[in-house]
Design a protein around this ligand. Structure first.
Ligand SMILES: N[C@@H](CCC(=O)N[C@@H](CS)C(=O)NCC(=O)O)C(=O)O
Length: 213
């Protein structure tokens, strides 16, 4: 059986999980956290990061590489737009999510939620600095790009939407909501993302793990 290494609360692992769920690909989740990586994990993930993927043909690291592979190998239920210019734009949103949103929204989650799970104190000074300086820049950009209705490339949730959604899920777990008074288009888009059945299912599963924490 194909194996996904990681934990669902990691935004990058969740991105792959949503891809697997939408494409209905059978897999086993092998729990690996950023705090505890098994001996020899670098043979599966050279940078020792999650997610990593292993199947009958390849061993891969990096959420984008894994998702592109899954799209190529399992083209049913396409998660990228067809037109080259739209596909390039989708890749841009994914790149933006992975390289800009992970260190901003991901750090807020890491400090407030992930550390708590392993009984470490949050660096609230770092969190406040991000919330006051970096998060508004990200939200202002996404407000200008958020679709007025549906998702980024039409009626269906695609990988670009998933890549953005996964970080807003973790931000919400960290107790931060995007205010519709300030960012109306973005807030409405996030609502639609969170209401999508696959995303709603992921959020519900996360809440079981987080419980009252
Ligand atoms: N570009 C990578 C980033 C992966 C990443 O940074 N994963 C984090 C968890 S969300 C991790 O494994 N951190 C542990 C570490 O850096 O040692 C991807 O998209 O998969």
């Amino acid at each position: 059986m194909s194996k996904l290494y990681g934990v669902p609360l990691s935004p990058m692992v969740r991105k792959v999980l949503l891809t697997l769920e939408l494409k209905q690909i059978d897999h086993e989740l092998v729990p690996v956290t950023p705090f505890r990586k098994p001996e020899g994990f670098e043979k599966i993930s050279p940078l020792k990061k999650i997610p990593a993927w292993e199947d009958d043909k390849v061993t891969l690291a990096d959420s984008t590489v894994i998702c592109e592979y899954l799209e190529d190998r399992y083209p049913e239920h396409a998660l990228y737009p067809q037109a080259p210019e739209e596909k390039a734009k989708a890749r841009w949103f994914e790149e933006y999510a992975d390289t800009v949103m992970l260190p901003v929204l991901g750090t807020v989650f890491f400090e407030r939620v992930a550390r708590k799970l392993v009984n470490q104190p949050a660096d609230e000074v770092k969190v406040q600095e991000i919330l006051q300086t970096k998060l508004p820049t990200t939200c202002a950009y996404l407000e200008s790009e958020a679709p007025e209705m549906d998702f980024l490339f039409g009626a269906d949730l695609q990988l670009a939407d998933i890549a953005l959604a996964t970080h807003f899920i973790n931000l919400s777990h960290a107790g931060v909501q995007i205010e519709s008074a300030e960012y109306p288009r973005l807030a409405a888009y996030i609502d639609r993302l969170f209401q999508h059945p696959a995303v709603a299912h992921r959020i519900a599963e996360d809440k079981k793990v987080l419980g009252g924490k």
